[in-house]
Design a protein around this ligand. Structure first.
Ligand code: 5GP
Ligand code: ZN
Length: 116
């Protein structure tokens, strides 16, 4: 897929508006447009990467930023004690819809296990 056609790349460039809550040099966290929990953020590498199996150096560096942002989200939104869940959907069985690697940060209600 070309970057010009990728929704999340267009959020990175500002072409598509999003409620961005935190950004680092390599990663971005914004509110999910269709939240599945009271707190639902999408955390992405700024560079277009499609799958977790594309282990480029840039992606590995971005993963550090992404996990740092999840900690910052938890602290800032007051769920570091109650808890939260980080989800990565890959492929059709997991219901992945956007082909730009991203993590979901979900919190603010009890999260059932196993997930549906
Ligand atoms: P996936 O199902 O691929 O794991 O997750 C993609 C997520 O991105 C979905 O939860 C969906 O609601 C969210 N999403 C898709 N398009 C947009 C958008 O334009 N803006 C925002 N903020 N979220 C989006
Ligand atoms: Zn992209």
């Amino acid at each position: 897929m070309k970057k010009e056609d990728c929704i999340f790349c267009r959020i990175v460039t500002g072409e598509i508006p999003a409620d961005i809550v935190f950004r680092t040099e390599r990663a971005l966290a914004f509110r999910d447009i269709n939240p599945q929990a009271p707190l639902h953020f999408v955390v992405i590498p700024k560079d277009h990467v499609e799958t977790v199996s594309q282990l480029s150096n840039e992606f590995m560096l971005a993963l550090g930023d992404i996990f740092r942002l999840t900690g910052i989200l938890a602290g800032s939104f007051g769920v570091d004690q109650k808890g939260f869940r980080i989800v990565f959907n890959e492929g059709p069985d997991a219901g992945r819809t956007v082909p730009h690697a991203h993590f979901h940060f979900l919190a603010g209600r009890p999260l059932h296990w196993p997930p549906g």
